[in-house]
Design a binder for this molecule. Sequence first.
Ligand SMILES: [Zn+2]
Length: 268
Amino acid sequence: MLNSSTLITLIDDQEDYLIHFLEGQKIIQEMVLTQSLQASGLNFYRDLILTTMLMTSLLKRGERLGIYIDSHYPDFHFKIETDFDGRYRSVLLPEDFKEFPQKLCGRLRLTKSFPGKRPYQSIIEINDSTIDQLMILVLIKSYQIDAHLFTSKESDQALLLMRLPPSSKKAASKLTPKEYWFSRQKLFSELFQLGLNELAAIQAFVETHGLKFLHAKALTFTCGCSIENMQALINALSESERQNLYQGSKELEVVCEYCKKKYQLLQK
Ligand SMILES: [Zn+2]
C-alpha cells in the first residue's frame, strides 16, 4: 500500500517551462474505497480528480481551493476541496453515476480562500467542453496562466505544463504549452507508461532526461467534518425544514458526503 500521492514540481531550464507532475495512484485507491461508483462513472471521476488536483500546485501558503461542477447534461455534481498543505476531499454525486460524458454542459464555481482576506469566487459557464478543455479555461480565466494539461491513460498520473514568464535575463519560451508537450512527448509518454510511484524513482528518471527537481508535496485525504459542523448545518435550517428532516424522531442520522462518516444528531 502506498503512503500518499505526490505533486512534484520540475523545471525545464532549456525551454523555460515549469512542470507539475501528479502521481495520483493513492488518491485513486482511496477514491475507489470511499465511493460506490462503478465502471465508466469511476473512470470519469478518476479523470475529474486527476485534472482538478493539478490546481493544488498553484496554491500559495495558507490558501484553500474549491472547485464545484454542477452539470445538467448529464446530471451530476462534482466537488473537490484542497489546500496548500496537500489536504483534499472530493465527491461525485449521484453515487451510482455510471457514465463517462465526453462533453459537459453546466456551471463551474471556483473558490479561493486566504487567511484574513475575503474569499474569491469565479463562475464559468460550461458549454460542450471536455474536462481538459474546462480546466484550461479555468487556468486562463481564474489564474491568467498560459498552460496545458495532460492526463495519462496508462497510469493515475497527470501533467500541468506552464510557460515561465520572461525575466530580465531571458525571454519567455517561444513554444506554446502544446508545442512544448510535443517537443518533450517521448519523455512524458515514457514517464506515464512507466507509472512510477516512488518519489526517488520519479526524480531519478526526470533528472536523467534534463529536468530539474524543485520540490514535492504529499497529498492526503483529510475530510475535516465534525459533529459540530454537521449540527451547525442543521441549525442553520428553518424550523419547518428541521421538522421535516427529523419527522417526529429525536435523533437524525447524517452521513458526510465526502468521507461517508455517520453522525447522530439530537433534536434540540
Ligand atoms: Zn467527512
